[in-house]
Ligand binder design. Structure first.
Ligand SMILES: [Zn+2]
Length: 288
């Protein structure tokens, strides 16, 4: 197992950089959480620990102590830039040579992030930051756009962009650490996500137990449902960046494949495959 420590910058009493209507600490948490979820859901030889999973104050010492005590193979710090610029850059510790393994990992991740993040490439850099210096393992810090730049800020407010940035980091990690995608063979020998869900949540109803086929409608006006991976409890921190935008399409209609919790249904989506969706009455969703 490759142990990846993911550190969303700032949090709690430290908002980090701020832009209009947005704080760095919230954007870094979204990107980092998505990186964790993709690694855990799609790769079989990666395990992830995060420095924080909610809006929480954690000191720099606590962050590197956590990664060192865990014995992480890689330390990935996720940040947002500010101070009058635009684009993406990343850092390794300034005493490392360009021939170091860390520099090689940095180049690999950098290349993959730039493919997907739709930001200007400010290059690979070095600095004497605490998390790069005090971590015992290879470490990199990424600065994902400038929160005080209108163009970059607009991207940070788009869940698709958050997802793409996370995906870019994961693609780089996968190459640098030879991470394997969960294979079909593995899937058939282990429980499927819905089977895991069924065994952990007694309220799960299989399609065949319902006498009537039900359908979930998300009219164009509905806008506050939340979606979750099948193998996670439908609680707020597990929510996926929402990619279902029914207003763009005049509405969505999904066959309900099961109900996992009250008002939480399993649906098959084009964008995300099978997911759980919280679609209580206040979301504007309708069940027929
Ligand atoms: Zn920062």
């Amino acid at each position: 197992m490759v142990k990846i420590f993911v550190d969303p910058g700032h949090g709690g009493s430290d908002p980090g950089a701020t832009g209009t209507g947005l704080s760095e600490k919230d954007v870094t948490l979204k990107i980092a959480t998505r990186i964790r979820d993709i690694l855990e859901d799609e790769y079989e030889n990666a395990t992830v620990k995060m420095s924080r999973t909610r809006d929480q104050t954690v000191s720099l010492e606590e962050r590197t102590d956590m990664a060192n005590a865990w014995g992480a193979d890689f330390y990935l710090a996720v940040h947002i830039n500010s101070g009058g610029g635009t684009g993406y850059e990343d850092y390794i510790h300034d005493l490392l040579s360009n021939n170091s393994r860390t520099a090689e990992i940095q180049r690999t991740i950098h290349k993959e992030v730039i493919k997907l993040n739709d930001l200007i490439d400010r290059g690979i850099k070095k600095a004497n930051y605490h998390v790069l210096r005090e971590s015992n393992m290879d470490a990199m810090l990424s600065e994902n756009g400038f929160i005080d730049n209108t163009h970059d800020l607009a991207k940070m407010k788009d869940p698709d962009w958050i997802n793409n940035v996370a995906r870019g980091h994961v693609n780089g990690l996968a190459k640098a650490f030879n991470l394997h995608k969960v294979t079909k063979a593995t899937k058939t020998t282990t429980k499927t996500a819905s089977e895991r869900l069924a065994s952990s949540t007694p309220s799960y109803k299989k399609e065949s137990t319902d006498s009537k086929q039900k359908t979930l409608y998300l009219p164009a006006s509905a806008d506050s449902w939340r979606i979750y991976p099948l193998n996670k409890d439908p609680i707020k921190k597990n929510a996926l960046p929402d990619q279902l935008h029914p207003s763009k399409f005049g509405g969505f209609q999904y066959e309900i494949l099961g109900e996992t919790w009250p008002n939480v249904y399993i649906i098959q989506t084009k964008q995300l495959g099978k997911v759980q969706i919280y679609a209580g009455p206040e979301t504007g969703a309708e069940i027929k």
